[in-house]
Ligand binder design. Structure first.
Ligand SMILES: *Cc1c(COP(=O)(O)O)cnc(C)c1O
Length: 335
């Protein structure tokens, strides 16, 4: 199957499985799994942070970070479209007693600075205490402008806030923009990075930050049920991905460009946006379900909504993009 629904669908390939099966293991709850320790250290070093902490999922990684920054009754400022706010089951509020203060994202994914400034509440018993400002990079595939990130972080720091980056796809941002991982992470007190997206690992996320922040997150990870034992099996996949699957994200970006260009040539389709490995396009409502079924019959998995997202990744080739485009054209060309 050609699966364009998400970049989470990649399967570990043979060399990654080999790296997993030969990993040196310990018990990470006892702190002695050497492969987990190596992943945390290697990534912290690359990102220019003091320490790292391995998590089974990005959702748990973000939640532990929010809980490390914010206490009960504190608040974090976040985009309406942010994964932490919209796609994590409301965990910050449900499990962290943290009040989200969502703001409308601008088209480029940023949070307008006047709105951010206005949302920071004065210290007063009437208000939740605004403690944290969270961004996501990439967001909807888009790389946040570096000058925006610098200005936003300067503003919120002056007001005493901490900063978190949901960098699930920060390597896509690095490869697309030519900025180093360290440069992208530098403005933030904490950064979460996913290995189960374009990097191709089966599961795994790492939180990066100061020793103190990671210490607090370590306790919350335990509370959230995320302490793992011979998790070096999983960390080995992430280490393999770091060594082999970062630069190749450029291929995914090139394939997304091909996909966007191809869809743009089809009269019935409107490409709304395209950046890094994501393409968003609109199809006539009445064609969504039949087209999705048509593609599935031809071995292509999509999620056809009014505004559909297509993600390219390691298990989608250039030829697969051509196959997909031909199938969409054939659908609209049929009598
Ligand atoms: C996928 C993703 C996460 C974490 O998701 P998990 O499925 O829990 O690993 C967090 N943030 C963003 C932006 C993501 O795309």
């Amino acid at each position: 199957m050609i699966d364009l629904r998400s970049d989470t669908v990649t399967r570990p390939d043979q060399p990654m499985l080999a790296a997993m099966s030969t990993a040196e293991l310990g018990d990470d709850v006892w702190g002695d799994d050497p492969t987990v320790l190596r992943l945390q250290a290697v990534l912290a070093e690359r990102a220019g942070k003091e320490a790292g902490l391995f998590f089974p999922t990005g959702t748990q990684c973000n939640l532990a970070a929010l809980m490390a920054h914010c206490a009960r009754g504190d608040e974090y400022i976040v985009g309406q479209l942010a994964h932490t706010y919209k796609y994590e089951g409301g965990g910050a509020a449900v499990l962290g007693s943290i009040q989200p203060q969502p703001l409308e994202n601008a088209v480029d994914g940023t949070l307008p600075l006047d709105k951010v400034a206005a949302a920071i509440k004065p210290i007063d018993d009437h208000f939740a205490r605004t403690r944290l400002f969270a961004l996501e990079n990439t967001i909807g595939g888009k790389v946040l402008p570096a000058d925006y990130v610098a200005r936003a972080v300067e503003l919120v720091r002056q007001r005493g806030l901490a900063t978190h980056l949901d960098g699930a796809r920060v390597f896509n941002a690095a490869v697309a923009s030519g900025q180093s991982l360290a440069a992208l992470c530098a403005p933030f007190d904490s950064v979460s990075i996913c290995f189960s997206k374009g990097l191709g690992a089966p599961v795994g996320s790492v939180l990066l930050g100061s020793q103190a922040l990671i210490g607090a997150a370590h306790r919350w990870r335990k509370v959230l049920g995320g302490g793992m034992r011979q998790s070096g099996v999983l960390a080995a996949a992430c280490l393999y991905a770091l060594d082999h699957n970062v630069e190749r994200l450029a291929d995914d970006h090139a394939n997304a460009q091909l996909l966007a260009d191809g869809l743009a040539q089809i009269d019935q389709v409107t490409v709304q946006s395209h950046a890094t490995n994501m393409v968003f396009a609109q199809f006539p409502q009445e064609h969504c379900a039949p087209l999705e079924a048509w593609l599935k019959e031809r071995g292509i998995l999509t999620q056809m909504l009014y505004a559909s997202r297509f993600a390219t990744h390691k298990d989608v080739s250039r030829a697969d993009i051509d196959t997909f485009l031909s199938a969409v054209k054939a659908y609209f060309a049929r009598g």
